[in-house]
Design a protein around this ligand. Structure first.
Ligand code: F6R
Length: 664
């Protein structure tokens, strides 16, 4: 017996459509918009669109541009109103929403300039109120918004209506939430540069649109989406007010839908097919939910939580308990590369071949340490042959201050030695700078570094990460130094490091990445050279435009290619490590590598070597958000979860998920 669709959606108070990918969902919204535009044009009427910025709508805009170019879609009868704009930055600023919309959409279509509207973030404070009022008037004058496109922030904001925004709020000046500012940190390198205020349409303004489509991609949005869709409408989560609107669709990719009850706990909303993975998921959830170890679950616990049919088919409780306890037990191993000579029937990784060639993929430097630093140490200690591939340089995540500091050091050192800058830096590796990670590995790169140093000190600080290729180069050098130092700290030879500097990252910026064939080719070549028996990577489920999301898609493409070409050893396994942001439930873990207190402390020291990634905000504001703290807390949490299920009590655990190499 299967659950009906309406039955499974009983907890959803908004109309939700789940697409397998963000690309597929974006195409469907772009088609809806295009047909509205064409229908209105046929009637000689205008269409008024409400638009959003941020990563989320980017694939929709790309599809609209494609339709304009290839299918003759014209925007001549379209009027647009953007939701919001930062307050206090010029239109020309690369991070203004004005710039964003022009780069992502307006420059590539035939929308007349006088028909687009974006709140003005440069007005004197005294004029803002009147301008906000005029913005609303203009929307009304044109007949109101026909369709409003929305993203959702991790705080539950729509537009910049942060928690606390009223149901009837109008266009106004607002203060940005701390979490929203942290999410924007990577765009403005350095939190103190992120604007504190913005002008946004109000919740009430948005609610007046005739139709609203809210989009969300990636696992980081899953929780807030579920709260907005299934929770009570409330000011603490402004997106939940959409429940009061008669014509809203929430479009999700599968990662963003993961916390909806029908996906996460389907047995609570209807009958399910009790496959082994479904049963495992339900039983481990039940133990956590009733706060009992697996071996102490009773028949009535099953019966009271929508699992009576599981009990009938596979019970009694005693039988189910022991089976699923064993399944969790078998995920635990101190031998992440497999234990040579041991019976591996119930071990997560195969005993042979030994030693293994292991390829560890880090989309950005530090990802590998945060997700699997302790496992890296073990793999080396157990004799495996490691290659750690850093796919991108990570230069975009280095605050300008760090580059200025490095530039100053290089120049001061050059002056001290009384030599020309370039020559001096070029010899630095022999003279000691290399030891602290500030110098480059090759003379060519060294002179680029010197040039960057000269540029940074001669022209003053760069205003944004993208302004100077030289500055980005220097930032990349900083990250390479940190990555090597962190590897040393974890007991891995820095010679294991491979820096791929994938082209999509080097030629792009956040939200403006265009991965291409050259990226897949570079990764395929690496796989061909290493011929790994075991691969560790991360990024599945991340927002598809993020560095992690793009790198995961590239890796899967390269692996498929390698498999077809026969360059991947038979039986090679792919393991995903977690990003500290995402908590995995026990049923999602196929390998759990325990860390002792000393091993955890060592990993934290290694993570700490990525100093350019430490928050720029001094404590106490930053005490809970440093990456090493988040990583430590999440590894401890898995240990606590295992302990609560009745397994052995460890200090911390690094968790891995096994994925089919073909990506199915
Ligand atoms: C953008 C906006 C915001 C974003 C939200 C999600 O104009 O108003 O509400 O939609 O912050 O941002 P991304 O898409 O970058 O995750």
């Amino acid at each position: 017996m299967h659950a009906t669709l309406s039955e499974t959606r009983q907890r959803e108070k908004l109309d939700v459509t789940i697409h397998s990918t963000a690309a597929e969902a974006s195409i469907s919204l772009a088609r809806e918009i295009a047909s509205l535009i064409r229908n209105r044009a046929a009637e000689g009427k205008r269409l008024v669109l409400g638009l959003a910025t941020g990563s989320t709508p980017v694939p929709v805009y790309r599809e609209l541009i494609r339709m304009h170019r290839e299918e003759g879609l014209s925007f001549a009868n379209v009027f647009t109103f953007n939701l919001d704009e930062y307050y206090g930055i010029a239109r020309e600023h690369p991070e203004s929403y004005w710039s964003f919309m022009h780069q992502q959409l307006f420059n590539h279509i035939d929308l007349p300039a006088e028909q687009l509207h974006i709140p003005n973030g440069t007005l004197p404070r005294a004029e803002v109120f009147a301008a906000c009022h005029a913005y609303e008037e203009r929307i009304a004058e044109l007949g109101g918004l026909d369709l409003q496109v929305l993203g959702i922030g991790r705080t539950g904001h729509i537009g910049f209506n942060e928690p606390g925004s009223g149901r009837n709020s109008r266009t106004r000046l607002v203060t940005l939430d701390a979490l929203t500012r942290r999410d924007a940190e990577r765009d403005f390198p350095g939190e103190d540069k992120v604007p504190r205020h913005a002008i946004t349409m109000g919740v009430g303004t948005i609610m007046q649109a005739r139709r609203i489509v809210m989009l969300a991609w990636g696992e980081a949005k899953a929780r807030v989406v579920a709260q907005a869709v299934e929770g009570e409408p409330r000011e603490s989560l402004p997106a939940s007010f959409l429940q009061h609107h008669p014509n809203v669709t929430v479009m999700l990719d599968s990662a963003a839908a993961a916390e909806l009850t029908r996906i996460k706990l389907p047995w609570l909303v209807g009958p399910v097919e009790w496959t082994p993975p479904m049963a495992h998921r339900a039983v481990t959830w039940l133990a956590a939910n009733v706060q009992r170890p697996l071996l102490k679950l009773l028949d009535e616990h099953y019966a009271e939580h929508g699992m009576a049919d599981l009990l009938t088919a596979q019970g009694p409780a005693y039988q189910l308990n022991i089976q699923h306890f064993n399944d969790v037990q078998h995920t635990i191993t101190g031998w992440p590369g497999g234990k040579a000579g041991a019976d591996d029937t119930h071990r997560p990784e195969k005993a042979t071949p030994y030693p293994k060639r292991v390829l560890v993929i880090a989309p950005e430097p530090s990802d590998e340490m945060l997700g699997m630093g302790g496992t890296l140490t073990r793999l080396v200690e157990q004799g495996h042959i490691l290659t750690v591939a850093y796919l991108t340089s990570g230069s975009l995540a280095v605050p300008d201050e760090e580059a200025e500091m490095a530039a100053e050091l290089i120049n001061a050192y050059a002056k001290e030695r009384g030599a020309g800058i370039a020559g001096d830096v070029a010899t630095a590796p022999q003279t000691g700078i290399a030891a602290c990670g500030a110098a480059t590995d090759a003379p060519a790169a060294a002179s680029a570094t010197a040039q960057a140093a000269a540029t940074a000190t001669a022209t003053g600080p760069a205003t944004s990460a993208s302004t100077s290729a030289d500055t980005r180069r220097l930032k990349a050098v900083i990250r390479r130094g940190e990555a090597r130092q962190a590897l040393r700290c974890a007991g891995v030879s820095p010679a294991a490091a491979r820096f791929l500097d994938l082209p999509f990252y080097e030629r792009g910026r956040y939200r403006q990445f265009f991965p291409g064939e050259d990226d897949v080719a570079a990764l395929s070549q690496l796989i061909g050279e290493v011929a790994p028996h075991q691969i560790f990577s991360t990024g599945a489920g991340q927002e598809p435009n993020s560095v992690g999301g793009i790198c995961h898609a590239l890796l899967m493409a390269a692996l498929r290619r390698a498999r077809t070409a026969g360059t991947l050893p038979q039986g090679a396994r792919l393991w995903l490590y977690r990003t500290p942001d995402k908590a995995w439930q026990p049923h999602e873990i196929n390998m759990a590598v325990p860390l002792s207190p000393a091993q955890l402390a060592r990993r934290t020291r290694a993570i700490y070597q990525h100093k350019s990634q430490l928050s720029q905000t001094p404590p106490p504001q930053s005490t809970l958000c440093e990456a090493w703290q988040v990583a430590e807390a999440s590894s401890r949490n898995i240990a606590v979860t295992y302990d609560a299920l009745g397994l052995a009590e460890y200090e911390a655990i690094e968790a891995f998920q096994r994925v089919d190499v073909a990506g199915e």
